[in-house]
Design a protein around this ligand. Structure first.
Ligand SMILES: NC(=O)c1ccc[n+]([C@@H]2O[C@H](COP(=O)([O-])OP(=O)(O)OC[C@H]3O[C@@H](n4cnc5c(N)ncnc54)[C@H](OP(=O)(O)O)[C@@H]3O)[C@@H](O)[C@H]2O)c1
Length: 335
């Protein structure tokens, strides 16, 4: 099969190219060449999707399948106009951030309400309109495509440093600040599993809308499995939302965050999606342990990025947590 990946020079796109090459397909990656190298065995075509004639280097080429990872409606509209022809299998990688309601657990891709799309004259996405821009991208692609709404993607070569916080932190051992409660849900997908599924979808010409994410598991299991896989000796101190927020511990990603933590109940539905349709359509999810081990290996080999609380920041929050009873007793008025 001749596969075109619009992207392919970063994390998921590169993993898709790598799996497609390993499966014996003829793979072309088209990008500016700024984000990074493409997978070994793939062909690179330099394009710029932000200019009107930016896809010209692909003129005259034919493909059996196209995979697009863009988040920008203008780029997606241009690609659809130039390359989406009858018979070409089209995959658009979207996101679970398209959903309007993050509170209700167990929602399914085929029925969950979506955000309003950004207006048609918005060509470029930003973090603030990411989900709404992806809705507009999905609409530009149309319903005869494979729309894969990825959840949190983890694993080697992740440029966000988000999942990497946990293997890096657990490997240091000792007392670990853990957010919320061990029963809270965690849901993610290893980049290699998602890539394999996207290649499989093109091979079997799967269409329709799916969430591309593994099953929900508890955060307690997540941390215990990752620590065990890394041979790390850790104890976990579970700290509630109110305390974390009062101590400026931030959600999800970035500086001062505890990555993968979202305040509940506001996000009860974000990492508890019903992924049985994806599983039935061929998506498999490797154990957390494998993702954690391989991510740590990659971090050590490549000095890859890690974001989140620093060791000092984590220590300060833990100290304050342990001191809270003492402080409360000290300020309690006497009899
Ligand atoms: N990471 C997560 O946890 C997560 C969660 C949910 C969904 N997703 C979705 O999963 C996908 C991840 O894709 P990814 O890892 O491959 O990263 P990405 O950041 O989406 O990669 C963008 C790709 O497009 C190329 N590109 C950007 N601007 C371009 C332009 N003007 N012209 C041509 N090419 C351009 C980039 O290469 P150059 O810079 O070299 O041009 C790069 O290869 C995205 O769709 C994202 O929205 C991610």
């Amino acid at each position: 099969m001749r596969i075109l990946i619009l992207g392919g020079s970063q994390f998921l796109g590169r993993a898709i190219a790598s799996h497609a090459c390993a499966a014996g397909h003829d793979v072309t990656c088209a990008a500016r060449g700024l984000a990074g190298p493409i997978a070994a065995g793939a062909r690179f075509v330099r394009i710029d999707r932000d200019v009107a004639d930016g896809l010209t280097p692909l003129t005259g080429e034919t493909f059996d399948a196209v995979v697009d990872v863009s988040r920008h409606p203008g780029q997606v509209r241009r690609a659809v106009a130039a390359l989406k022809r009858p018979g070409v299998h089209w995959t658009f990688v979207s996101t679970v951030s398209v959903y309007a309601d993050n509170r209700i657990p167990g929602q399914r891709a085929d029925s969950a309400p979506l955000r309003e799309p950004v207006s048609a004259d918005i060509a470029h996405s930003t973090d603030a309109i990411y989900g709404a821009a992806k809705v507009a991208c999905e609409q530009a692609v149309g319903s005869d495509a494979f729309i894969c709404r990825a959840g949190l993607i983890a694993g080697p070569e992740d440029p966000t440093g988000r999942f990497a916080y946990w293997p890096a932190r657990l490997a240091r051992g000792g007392e670990v600040l853990a957010p919320g409660s061990p029963e809270d849900a965690v849901q993610l997908i290893d980049v290699r599993d998602l890539a394999q599924w996207i290649v499989h979808a093109a091979e079997v010409r799967l269409t329709s809308i799916y969430d591309g994410i593994g099953p929900a598991r508890s955060r307690g299991e997540f941390l215990a499995e990752c620590a065990s896989a890394l041979d790390a000796s850790c104890t976990f101190t579970w700290v509630d939302r109110a305390f974390l927020e009062a101590h400026d511990v931030r959600r999800w990603a970035g500086p001062r965050s505890l990555p993968l933590w979202l305040p509940l109940p506001d996000f009860d539905g974000f990492m508890t999606r019903d992924t049985s349709p994806a599983r039935e359509a061929g998506l498999t999810a490797r154990p957390f342990a494998a993702t954690a081990r391989d991510t740590l290996h990659w971090l050590r080999a490549s000095n890859g990025p890690v974001v989140g609380l620093s060791a000092d920041e984590e220590g300060a929050v833990l100290s304050a947590w342990h001191a809270r009873g003492v402080t409360a007793a000290a300020i309690r008025p006497g009899p």
